[in-house]
Design a protein around this ligand. Structure first.
Ligand SMILES: [Zn+2]
Length: 252
């Protein structure tokens, strides 16, 4: 049976039988893959460390008839400090779920791999985690070809430099005041929110700290992104419910 080696980050795992787990990996070489970690729920199993959520490891995998099997893994970065912090864990879980939902299996996307790896580093550093989440969403949408249209009205192509601005998930982006009634559920947004969206789509991680924004705009952007992502996935993400709980806790 063929063996292959790959660098990958653990996106999720689920139990299979008494001792095994199916691990979903975001790999650099093969995109999203699923493989079984045999005996990983038994104490002192050699695959325990490398198959923890968000752990970045080098994996040796052999192909199976149905599912592949993890033969070895060597930890490159454990990111255990993310798992130890409820807020960081919750946000990283949300991002992992986004990747898992949006990426098809076995389709190489090295850029998404590096986006997630870098995002985990930035979460560790403890910067503005809300803004990191929005940045991540925007970059992920860009990399999978689903970036919302923000340059002009998505419906008529008219300028958005004057007048009220709306956002419509089903239309695919920003809409002008003449067209917003064409689609259901247009939401009016601040000019600052549109600017923030445009910036997040083009800046690099290192420039994130330079972004000046307000709580108001960040909250509005969150609503915009939620509506857009939910529209495209056609479902609510499981991790969002938990994320909301954690947020409410930290706000009170
Ligand atoms: Zn228009």
């Amino acid at each position: 049976m063929a063996l292959y080696r790959t660098q990958a980050i653990v996106l999720r795992h689920c139990n299979m039988g008494e001792a095994d787990r199916i691990i979903t990996l975001l790999s650099r070489e093969y995109g999203k893959i699923r493989a079984v970690a045999r005996g990983v729920k038994r104490p002192r199993n050699r695959l325990i460390g490398g198959t923890q959520i968000f752990t970045y490891s080098e994996f040796l995998i052999f192909e199976g008839k149905n599912l592949d099997n993890i033969s070895q893994c060597e930890i490159k970065e454990s990111f255990f400090k993310i798992r130890d912090d409820l807020e960081k864990l919750t946000y990283a879980s949300y991002m992992a779920e986004l990747i898992n939902e949006f990426l098809p299996e076995r389709e190489k996307n090295e850029e998404v791999f590096f986006l997630f790896l870098k995002t985990l580093h930035w979460i560790l550093k403890g910067n503005d985690i809300e803004l990191i989440a929005r940045f991540f969403e925007m970059k992920l949408l860009l990399l999978i070809g689903l970036l919302p249209y923000m340059e002009s009205c998505v419906y008529c192509g008219g300028s958005l430099e004057e007048g009220e601005i709306y956002f419509n998930a089903s239309m695919g982006g920003a809409v002008c005041s003449r067209c917003f009634r064409m689609g259901q559920e247009s939401m009016q947004i601040e000019r600052g929110t549109l600017k923030l969206m445009r910036s997040l789509a083009v800046i690099k991680f290192e420039q994130l700290a330079l972004i000046k924004t307000s709580l108001n705009l960040k909250q509005e952007l969150e609503r915009v992104m939620r509506s857009y992502i939910t529209y495209h996935l056609e479902k609510k993400l499981k991790s969002l419910e938990f994320l909301n709980k954690v947020k409410n806790k930290t706000m009170t």
